[in-house]
Design a protein around this ligand. Structure first.
Ligand code: NI
Length: 189
């Protein structure tokens, strides 16, 4: 089921998500729905907060071109190590439509998580995968990529962010603004 994606600046996106203690049918269903929602929106990663659920769950699929054969479902992911080397990379976010900015982050990370079968796993990532993992884990801690920008850059983005918050920038997938579900119907454009 495709879930509506919560847009900036819904309070749920500022909450710190709770750890998952049991792999319940509800959590399994949520993970599948999040993958469907992410693919529908042409995203490469999605955090549970973005569909209004404050649990520590993210899904990632950067695609076969980037060497990923199947999607990653990560429960309770934590960054346990990161490189001193940093890189600049452009980021976007399904909760911040039409906004893309260069963000500086560690080039490589090691992430600890529990997989969909309940196994403890570690993944070492660099390139795009390292970037997406850091971005999605930030969401679980109530952090937007725009929080990682310089104060000057953030100031320059203020108007764009306000437009998103007012519902003036609607993407072509179902979203939640405040407490309302808004679906932009492409045939009406
Ligand atoms: Ni995002």
């Amino acid at each position: 089921m495709i879930l509506p994606i919560y847009l900036y600046d819904h309070p749920v996106l500022r909450q710190v998500a709770e750890p998952i203690t049991d792999l319940t049918p509800e959590i399994r269903r949520l993970a599948q729905d999040m993958l469907e929602t992410m693919y529908n929106a042409h995203g490469v990663g999605l955090a549970a907060n973005q569909v209004g659920v404050t649990r520590r769950l993210i899904v990632v699929d950067i695609g076969e071109d980037e060497g990923m054969r199947e999607p990653l479902i990560l429960l309770n992911p934590t960054i346990e190590a990161f490189s001193e080397e940093t890189v600049e990379m452009e980021e976007g976010c399904l909760s911040l439509p039409e906004l893309r900015e260069i963000v500086v982050r560690p080039a490589a990370v090691q992430v600890h998580y529990v997989d969909f079968r309940g196994h403890e796993c570690h993944i070492a990532a660099d390139g795009l995968l390292a970037r997406v993992l850091q971005h999605e884990i930030d969401h679980l801690n109530g952090v937007y990529f725009t929080d990682r920008l310089s104060p000057v850059r953030r100031l320059l983005l203020r108007r764009k962010l306000e437009r998103i918050a007012r519902g003036e920038v609607l993407p072509p997938y179902p979203v939640v603004l405040g407490h309302a579900v808004v679906e932009q119907r492409s045939e009406m454009l």
